[in-house]
Every structure is written in structure tokens, then in C-alpha cells.
Unconditional design. Structure first.
Length: 36
């Protein structure tokens, strides 16, 4: 997992971290799609 100690966080905090990862992955795909 990219976030150290995330397993120690409450469920709500851990899901927020997952949301951040999803947003980050989506932004990477967007940059790749517009790289042409």
C-alpha cells in the first residue's frame, strides 16, 4: 500500500486514501490520453 500505516487508520480514513488513489490514477490516464 502506498500509504504507510494506513492499516492502522479507521475504516473511513482508509477509504478516503483509496479515493485519493482512484483520483490519482484517473488523472494519470487523462494525461496519457491528452499526450498526443
Amino acid at each position: 500500500m502506498r500509504f504507510p500505516g494506513a492499516a492502522k487508520l479507521p475504516e473511513s480514513s482508509r477509504s478516503s486514501s483509496e479515493d485519493l488513489e482512484l483520483q490519482y490514477d484517473t488523472s494519470l490516464e487523462y494525461e496519457e490520453a491528452t499526450d498526443d
